[in-house]
Design a protein around this ligand. Structure first.
Ligand code: ZN
Length: 469
């Protein structure tokens, strides 16, 4: 719309005192326009107006002046949902969804691994969301998650920028189950756990054998110390205010309900306050495809995990939630609609599905590259059981059938795990092979990408039983 002589985004218009700020299009680029608000840095364009570029500095100003563009702590809400946007373009689609559904989004959610693979920073991830939220006038609270952080340095990096959630990845401190038993257990644990029945409500009692308790201590003891140390260093002392998530999911063996109880109990007794815990569930939560494993066993175990979380008053967090459609109804039911779910890769896959729809030639080039070398390299970072032989030969597929590749688990994973290599591949002259073309395409076809996200992430929300507002 025409506003103060600019091509403004209507929902972005915000007044502040006697001034006003909004987002407007200049050519095909977006800028902030501020009238009588001197805080933004940019060029004066007359009539008291400043045309300010979408820089980190201006994003910081925006978060201070317009608090809906700053992240909030949302893990305490009944339903929260993480949508990692690796490209910085998906928030427009995510906003459309979360305006409709009764859940709070965590729009900014990246791990250090994802930052490295996409050559981004936490500043950039947060700023992209801030500008999208401002442009679309999204007024609900939303979160920013420093995902899968493993070191004090990374935790402080995210917190110092205002991230409102820290997911502490304890995996490097989780030990394999011991092959030999210690002669005796530390007496403090013995007195606390042995010969007792723990009534966690809803008709469930837990009790430990000596062997089970010994395993808990050996496997999780160091991880518990690590988590409580990090909590005390950054959050318990009030240095920063953020939600704390304990992630014990990135291990080879599942977290048994007893182990879950033990970790939670020890952390709480150590004074650690956390909003969510992500156990490693039975079966496999591989990236970007549905659950693999015994669904009946999963349903049995999620029930006990959910009761433990309710007993201690935190939420279960489900990681690698992309496309785990067969598990969603039981997650929704057993948690009584109180959970945190994380997705990331599926948002990237929808972006690539959009490429297959609008530029088959470019999609074919990327697919060939992923097959020829990128996949082998990417497998170092991700655990997948992809069978490349099950991917149909792309040369035999008609253009209009290319998008159907995204219904095939093996080709989903091929494109899912190679995102970093696809985005960073360069030509001999130093220019990007795919990245610039892709970004241009996504910009031109942003409506199509938004529709794809609304449909696909919407399916996640529906199956979890999240109601529309
Ligand atoms: Zn995880």
């Amino acid at each position: 719309m025409d506003y103060l002589g600019c091509d403004a985004y209507e929902k972005s218009i915000n007044s502040l005192g006697s001034g006003v700020a909004f987002m407007a299009k200049f050519g095909d680029e977006d800028f902030i326009v501020a009238k009588d608000i001197p805080d933004f840095k940019g060029d004066a364009i007359g009539d008291g107006k400043i045309k300010a570029p979408l820089t980190h500095e201006n994003a910081s100003v925006m978060r201070k002046l317009f608090t809906h563009t700053a992240p909030s702590r949302v893990l305490g809400k009944d339903r929260s949902f993480g949508v990692g946007d690796r490209l910085g373009i998906a928030t427009y689609g995510h906003i459309k969804l979360f305006e409709e559904y009764d859940a709070y989004p965590v729009f900014a959610q990246q791990s250090i691994r994802e930052l490295t693979l996409t050559n981004r920073t936490y500043e950039d991830v947060l700023d992209a969301v801030t500008f999208a939220v401002f442009r679309e006038g999204f007024k609900k609270e939303w979160g920013a998650d420093g995902d899968h952080l493993k070191t004090a340095k990374d935790v402080e990096y995210a917190l110092s920028l205002g991230y409102t959630m820290i997911t502490l990845d304890c995996s490097e401190h989780i030990k394999p189950a011991p092959s030999t038993r210690a002669a005796s257990l530390p007496s403090s644990y013995n007195a606390k756990y042995m010969g007792k029945k723990f009534d966690i409500g809803e008709g469930i009692n837990l009790s430990f054998t000596e062997a089970e308790l010994g395993d808990c201590i050996a496997i999780y003891g160091e991880a518990i110390d690590f988590a409580s140390g990090m909590y005390k260093q950054f959050l318990g002392n009030g240095k920063y205010s953020a939600d704390f998530e304990i992630s014990i999911d990135e291990t080879d063996s599942p977290t048994t309900p007893l182990q879950h109880y033990f970790v939670a109990r020890e952390l709480i007794d150590a004074g650690v306050s956390f909003a969510t815990m992500a156990p490693r569930f039975c079966g496999e939560f591989q990236k970007g495809i549905d659950y693999k494993g015994d669904l009946a066993q999963f349903e049995k175990e999620i029930k006990i995990h959910a009761v433990i979380a309710r007993h201690f008053k935190y939420k279960l967090s489900i990681h690698s939630g992309s496309d785990k459609f067969s598990t969603f109804p039981s997650i929704g039911k057993e948690t009584k609609g109180i959970f945190h779910i994380k997705t990331a890769g599926t948002n990237w896959l929808e972006a690539m599905r959009t490429v297959a729809v609008v530029d088959p030639l470019l999609y074919r080039e990327i697919h060939e590259y992923a097959l020829s070398s990128a996949f082998e390299e990417a497998k170092k970072y991700y655990h997948v059981t992809t069978d490349l032989n099950k991917i149909p030969d792309i040369k035999t597929i008609a253009d209009n059938e290319l998008p159907l590749l995204f219904n095939n688990n093996d080709s989903r994973q091929l494109i899912h795990i190679t995102y970093g290599l696809i985005l960073s591949k360069k030509n001999p002259d130093g220019s990007f092979t795919f990245k610039d073309k892709l970004c241009k395409l996504w910009k031109t076809h942003s409506d199509l990408y938004t529709q794809a996200l609304v449909r696909h992430i919407g399916k996640h929300l529906d199956l979890l039983g999240i109601k529309k507002i």
